[in-house]
Design a protein. Structure first.
Ligand code: AHR
Length: 510
């Protein structure tokens, strides 16, 4: 008989049945720095992610500055976006960079054969992307075209972006309005090369990687971290093969990009709905997203074996929820975003914090109007999603130092065949010495009494919660799900608080 049933059988007061989780933050044994790029964003030429979502052209009625919509830029500035990945995704392996430079009205129009078969106007290209990143003070991750490109095309793109010389390509950049080179922090060779990027085996890709990387030269003060397109889900063969490639003077392999999406059902033909779902799909979604733990641990074990000196980063450069499309062109991957997505985000961020030594980047898919977006737009209207709020609340963790956390008394939340921990938490110390904690309650109906072990006098921050499992923001009610201030003061030497059902808390421990 479990404790709850036993208490009921004995007729004890319901108050005694409330479970209590104790969170202990080990401030004496700090771990790695949480790379700010764990909070990276991904923007692809897909649906309304860039066109309308970010870029509206400078003759649009939507308020903009040089073509970038003002409301979105302001929201992203408040988010403190550290890193932007572009132009794909699958689109990257069909993108030819020379189509996206020069006078916009003279750029060729292509067909986006990957996403909806729509016309790609190429009005958002290299200059528009790199200038956008500068506006946001974000680092850049450019994904090169391995699938339909050549080593020459890839090498020339890097030369165009980074060369300070008098070369024809550098001068072409100057003629197109950019005198000094841009800083390119990260560059990837292909995307999902096991699938949309060319249906390759790890061995075939490994050879191509070495071939292409050999020719990617940049000035010494502007060398991007070179990223190999890695595996997906629980597949380990890409990490195994790529991390065992010998490295030499001719080429580098400095990071592996792995992808994992969370589907409520796990079935790509019937993924599940973004809203109006049963509790079974609440817990199945959170349970499937927590599979990220095993994915990280299994891949990191391979890297420990093949790269014990930790030279190769493990980047989760695509992750997030993926639901059935309920509105618009099915190729546009537009979906609503609810409090469930907020919890998915917070649970994954806790896992990334916990593995910060090797997981030095992640890019949630995608920033605006696509999959688990921060921002949704409808022409001139814009709203911030619950996932945005989680990212904004968490920005105190960017570049903070991870502090180990242990949980005791943490009950399981169980439904049918699913069972997940009710509470998840992580902590860090920021550069000014403040200690931050994030605590998630995965239960959709029950609050949790949480105690912070140690001599703290108070906890001050914000909590995001909602009444319904699919609570979300709409253009009619854009603030239906929004964080509120949260404060708890110690009493009798104990810092205890009630964490609402389905909630994410980020707070400073004082
Ligand atoms: O994010 C949407 C798509 O998901 C990306 O283009 C691709 O890399 C992945 O399959």
């Amino acid at each position: 008989m479990n404790l709850k049933k036993m208490c009921c059988a004995l007729g004890l007061l319901p108050a005694l049945l409330i479970a209590q989780t104790t969170v202990t933050v080990d401030t004496n044994n700090p771990g790695s720095q949480i790379n700010k790029n764990i909070y990276g964003q991904f923007m692809e030429h897909l649906g309304r992610g860039i066109y309308e979502g970010v870029w509206v052209d400078d003759d649009s009625n939507i308020p903009n500055t040089n073509g970038y919509r003002n409301d979105v830029v302001q929201a992203l500035r408040e988010l403190k976006v550290p890193l932007l990945r572009w132009p794909g995704g699958c689109f990257a392996d069909q993108y030819h960079w020379q189509d996206g430079i020069g006078p916009r009205d003279q750029r060729p129009k292509g067909v986006n054969t990957t996403w909806g078969g729509v016309i790609e106007p190429n009005s958002f290209g290299t200059h528009e992307f790199l200038n956008f990143a500068e506006m946001l003070d974000a680092e850049v991750y450019v994904n090169g075209n391995l699938g339909t490109g050549s080593p020459k095309e890839m090498a020339q793109w890097l030369e165009y972006m980074t060369s300070e010389s008098d070369s024809t390509l550098a001068n072409m950049r100057r003629q197109n309005g950019r005198d000094k080179p841009w800083r390119v922090h990260y560059f990837a060779i292909g995307n999902e090369s096991w699938g949309c990027g060319g249906s390759m085996s790890p061995e075939y890709y490994g050879n191509l990687y070495k071939h292409f990387a050999t020719f990617l030269k940049t000035p010494a003060n502007n060398r991007p971290v070179l990223i190999a397109s890695g595996g997906y889900d629980h597949h380990l063969d890409w990490t195994e093969h790529l991390s065992s490639l010998e490295q030499n003077f001719a080429y580098r392999l400095e990071a592996i990009g792995h992808h994992y999406y969370t589907l409520p059902t796990g079935d790509w033909d019937k993924k599940g709905s973004a809203t109006a779902f049963p509790e079974r799909e609440w817990i199945s979604t959170l349970s499937r997203t927590l599979a990220m733990k095993d994915i990280l641990e299994q891949n990191l074990a391979i890297l420990e074996k093949n790269d014990p000196q930790n030279k190769i980063g493990f980047y989760v450069d695509e992750w997030g929820t993926w639901y059935d499309v309920s509105q618009g062109d099915p190729g546009f991957l537009y979906q609503q975003n609810s409090i469930r997505d907020a919890l998915v985000a917070a649970l994954n961020l806790n896992l990334f914090h916990q593995h910060a030594e090797r997981v030095q980047m992640s890019n949630i898919a995608q920033m605006v109007n696509v999959l688990q977006a921060m921002i949704l737009t409808d022409q001139e209207k814009m709203l911030l999603t619950p996932t945005y709020h989680v990212f904004r609340m968490h920005n105190v963790f960017q570049d903070a130092t991870y502090l180990p956390v242990s949980l005791t008394g943490n009950p399981e939340y169980t439904l049918e065949e699913y069972s997940i921990p009710k509470v998840s938490a992580s902590a860090a110390r920021d550069n000014s010495g403040k200690v931050w904690v994030t605590v998630v309650n995965t239960h959709p109906r029950e609050s949790e009494t949480v105690e912070m072990a140690g001599k703290y006098s108070s906890l001050v921050g914000e909590v995001l919660s909602a009444d319904k499992m699919d609570a979300h923001n709409s253009f009619g009610a854009p603030n239906a799900v929004a964080p509120v201030e949260f404060k708890s003061t110690a009493s009798g030497g104990k810092l205890r608080f009630k964490l609402p059902a389905k909630s994410v808390l980020v707070a400073e421990l004082k």
